[in-house]
Ligand binder design. Sequence first.
Ligand code: PSU
Ligand code: MN
Length: 300
Amino acid sequence: MIIKDEVRVALETNQPVVALESTVIAHGLPRPQNLETAQRLENIVRAGGAVPATIAMLSGKVRVGLENSDLELLAYNDEVRKLSVRDLAIAVARGWHGATTVASTMSIAHPAGIKVFATGGIGGVHRGTLPDVSADLPELARTPMIVVCSGAKIVLDLPATREWLETNSVTVVGYECDEMPAFYSRASGLPIDVRCDSPDEVVEIYQAQRELGLSSALLVTVPVPREAEVESALLGKVLADSLERAEREKIAGRDVTPFLLARMAEHSEGATLRANIALLENNARVAAQIAGAVARASRA
Ligand code: PSU
Ligand code: MN
């Protein structure tokens, strides 16, 4: 594992650090918005007083904290693979370039000593007959980190995903909201476990989890900013279209999520893309504040 100097120093001196994933860059957003967003997320984390640690695999080496040239490679190189946890060892052995999902980012960030991670929407239980459950869920159940997101991606079976989190003891925080957000929408009708209105409230629960010896993550769910929310009639239409298309084209495995996100962006005149970018930026901002509160609390 190669930890960038800036990140290592921050961890050693107990300064706030926020982990960022790279699948969203390589496979979640189109060019050129992917690179622009990756850079902007790092800048937002910095502006919030924390050090960004974007995580990826480059030439078979696990990297924590990237240079701008690395972000460019992830955004524009066609050989970059989507790596979940099961793929990490293969990528090391074969010397691949790869982008890390929520699951694999957590599996690297936690042992590196990072406590806070920001993403867009987590993976979850997919719709459809074949049981397809993202490795993001079991990783959340076993990794004690604060994960800031806007709920699970709308393409998923959100009630089933919510039940999975409950069964597997992942505590769900609504950050300045009373229900679990649904990625491009602020509302899902699904419950949170607790509402928090400040970074300190989140950190109190995170610390209590550690005192209790629990190993699960604290999932902090933040709604997409109101002005970027996708209007529900449009969302219903593009979602139905893309799910039907994926089924007809027999899209499976790791390709399902990128296919659905790209198709929805195309058919909503970019509305879902704008929402995705807005929620990623907002989550990075909230994560930086929470990382600051974590660092203050552990210095106290
Ligand atoms: N959030 C986004 N866009 C994305 C993802 C999350 O706003 O592209 C990625 C994350 O890396 C997540 C992955 O881990 O999608 C889930 O993929 P799967 O369903 O194949 O586990
Ligand atoms: Mn899957």
